[in-house]
Design a protein around this ligand. Structure first.
Ligand code: ARG
Length: 265
């Protein structure tokens, strides 16, 4: 009897393993409807896909390399004109979120290449009806301390070089120390970047997730944005964590608050 039980549970365990990531961010799962009202699908010129977060009723945070027409080509970015940016807020299937016209994209003057300062703020023509998630404030550094588990969510590829999902994906990843990330990436800058991922890889953001949130939880249990998906070598590779714009630390938080005061706190 005990042997049968053991066999049965071994079978269940191996089924669970083989059945695991049919969907993902990479290594993630389908987000339940309504779980992330602040997640935004961002389409640039009807073709490039990014993710973003509604951080105030009329402001979306996304990546610098998502808002810049000139991409990584030049140091002084030229922002996409608002009419070329389509946003779908709070949906869990592609194109199903709330649509609101974008007035303009604002890129920090210090944005260089796709490395530091990899953020853009999209101003909406009117407030969204969805509930925003703010960027964590100065008192909330514990929400993204190394070892803390954060939540990633996005519309990006579910495997390196793979397709984008039919349902919004989410997953959890631990925030790494800065030394570990500096060892993984020579471009790492501890003022404007923070990394997250398991040493063995397997769970990560990927192409199309850029600009989307790394969410943390404050001491009082509130969800806040602590990172915006930026880059990585491949996706979910061992020893290569995802790199996120360090939006809740001084450098980027101060810039975000100067443009959109309601987006922080
Ligand atoms: N730059 C990518 C984008 O445009 C995001 C890559 C994230 N990569 C990673 N391994 N975490 O969507």
């Amino acid at each position: 009897m005990i042997r049968r039980l053991l066999l049965a549970s071994a079978t269940v365990a191996s089924l669970a393993l083989t059945a695991a990531p049919a969907h993902a961010i990479v290594g993630g799962s389908n987000a339940p409807a309504g779980a992330y009202p602040s997640i935004v699908e961002v389409k640039l010129a009807k073709s490039f896909l990014c993710t973003g977060t509604l951080v105030a009723p009329d402001w979306i945070l996304t990546a610098g390399h998502c808002g810049s027409v000139t991409g990584s080509a030049v140091a002084t970015p030229i922002a996409f004109p608002g009419p070329l940016i389509d946003v779908y807020i709070g949906g869990t299937t592609p194109g199903a979120g709330e649509t609101v016209p974008v007035t303009r994209a604002i890129i920090p003057p210090d944005y260089l290449l796709t490395q530091g300062h990899d953020v853009t703020l999209l101003q909406l023509a009117r407030p969204s009806a969805q509930a925003p998630t703010k960027v964590a404030g100065a008192a909330d550094a514990g929400a993204w301390a190394p070892g803390t588990v954060g939540t990633i969510a996005g519309w990006g590829a579910t495997s390196e070089g793979g397709d984008t999902p039919e349902t919004l994906q989410h997953a959890q990843v631990p925030i790494t120390g800065d030394d570990y990330c500096a060892g993984a990436y020579s471009a790492f800058d501890a003022e404007t970047m923070v990394c997250a991922g398991y040493p063995e890889g397997g769970i990560d953001t990927c192409q199309g997730d850029s600009g989307g949130p790394l969410y943390g939880t404050t001491a009082t249990g509130e969800r806040r944005v602590v990172g915006a998906t930026s880059f990585g070598e491949g996706c979910a590779r061992p020893g290569k964590p995802g790199v996120y714009a360090r939006v809740a630390d001084t450098e980027l938080r101060t810039w975000i608050a100067s443009v959109a005061p309601a987006a922080v706190g």
